[in-house]
Design a protein around this ligand. Sequence first.
Ligand code: ATP
Ligand code: MG
Length: 336
Amino acid sequence: MTSPTPRVVSGIQPSGTIHLGNYFGAIRQHIALQDTHPGDAFYFIADYHALTTVRDPAVLRAHVFDSALTYLALGLDPARATLFRQSDVPEVTELAWLLATVTGMGLLERAHSYKDKLANNITPSVGLFFYPVLMAADILAHDGTLVPVGKDQLQHVEMAQDMATHFNEAYGRDPPVLYRPEPLPAKAAVVPGLDGRKMSKSYDNSLLLFESGKPLRKRVGQIVTDSTPLGEPLPFATCNVVALLRLFCDDAELAAIETYYRDGRRDGAPFGYGHAKLLLAEKIEQHFAPARARREQLLTPAGRAEIEAVLARGATKARAVASATLARCRRACGLR
Ligand code: ATP
Ligand code: MG
């Protein structure tokens, strides 16, 4: 049960500033997939979802703009990939309702991400509990068959598979009303934040893509490590700084860093966490330098107008697909 042309669909919440976890877990793949699926790579800025955590309208608008800016700075090409605001396609909220009617409570109660947020003292709204249903609607409304996500979101894609199956079982298997999505999990492990928990926009434990110089070094300096004194051997396998360095270093560089950790020395001089953190800050700064320059260009008035135009064109294209899906669903279940 796959759609005629494989379509890539994924999203990001404008719930904070995009961080290294979002980049290595999702955005890097999103941009690469525009080469393999030109015309069929759909990425949305999940502003309905963000309302579960953001309550300030100006902040929400700023994060939406910043998310679009970041995608474009990182190389999203609007000629090949469709970038749009989730709320420009209100059909997804209708599909979310239709899916909710065929979804058992137990399925949602098992969601790791929901339980994780509860464990981190986020007071849940019904909206937060409902998150996987809205996410399934995003994927299914746009006939998404390939869903590139970070490992923290895999379970949500499996839930979308279940919801598509339940809907088709209730209302039509042949031809299917909804297409089965397959996850495309990121190769990178879940990226840890400064405190060792999952790096998350809502945990204030992020390293950002476009920070540089002193503020970046200060932020990197906050990564939690143990209290091994300078010059003593450091634990390589369990170190958070190493987990982050792995994202940027090749095997040879990592092997060299492993020897610094084992010896507690580099080139005869003592080597400690502070040195490892400096290496990381340099890597981040270098890696994102070209995108930082493109970002500056997009921050001109002409660049800003272009971003709005990209989102408007994306919305028109995405809405055409979602309207057709909803027409199919309404007919199938008897609303029409
Ligand atoms: P929030 O805290 O509001 O949930 P978030 O930082 O988890 O925000 P999302 O917008 O929920 O970010 O996720 C966008 C994409 O980034 C998803 O594909 C998700 O799997 C991926 N992602 C988020 N955090 C990480 C992480 N720490 N490591 C790897 N991938 C991640
Ligand atoms: Mg998340």
